[in-house]
Write a new protein. Structure first.
Length: 140
């Protein structure tokens, strides 16, 4: 079965979102350990809260767009059930948790990024499955 160009575009956006969310999780998990080395490498902007907030807002917006669109196609809520706590943890991590120790901030945004990346991967997988057809022998 051939996919429409629109469906391929959404899948590409989903793949990009999964990669971005996963990189965000890695960035947040590693940040406490490499914080002192960033200026040496010329990457001090990675520790800037404005950069992190902008990246999180972009990741959340992309996730909501692609995952809601995916749900409209496959009608399975699992990706959204992973995304909503992921988005919540990310937003909590870059707002409220900034006033707490960096470990709490890192744990919140790392877990949120992993949940969001997982939601994208699940959405891609669900998008590949054929739709369920209700027939006479169907239990659901």
């Amino acid at each position: 079965m051939a996919r429409s160009p629109t469906s391929r575009a959404w899948q590409t956006a989903d793949r990009f979102g999964a990669g971005a969310s996963f990189l965000c999780a890695i960035h947040c998990a590693a940040l406490p350990f490499v914080l002192a080395l960033l200026p040496v490498a010329g990457l001090e902007f990675l520790a800037d809260h404005r950069f992190e907030r902008a990246f999180v807002i972009f990741a959340c917006a992309l996730a909501l767009l692609t995952l809601v669109n995916g749900y409209r196609r496959h009608r399975r809520p699992l990706s959204l059930l992973l995304a909503f706590p992921g988005v919540s943890l990310l937003l909590l991590g870059v707002t409220v948790a900034e006033q707490y120790p960096i470990v709490l901030h890192s744990v919140l945004v790392t877990c949120g990024g992993v949940l969001l990346a997982s939601a994208h991967f699940v959405n891609l997988r669900l998008d590949r499955r054929p739709p369920h057809v209700h027939d006479a022998g169907c239990v659901h």
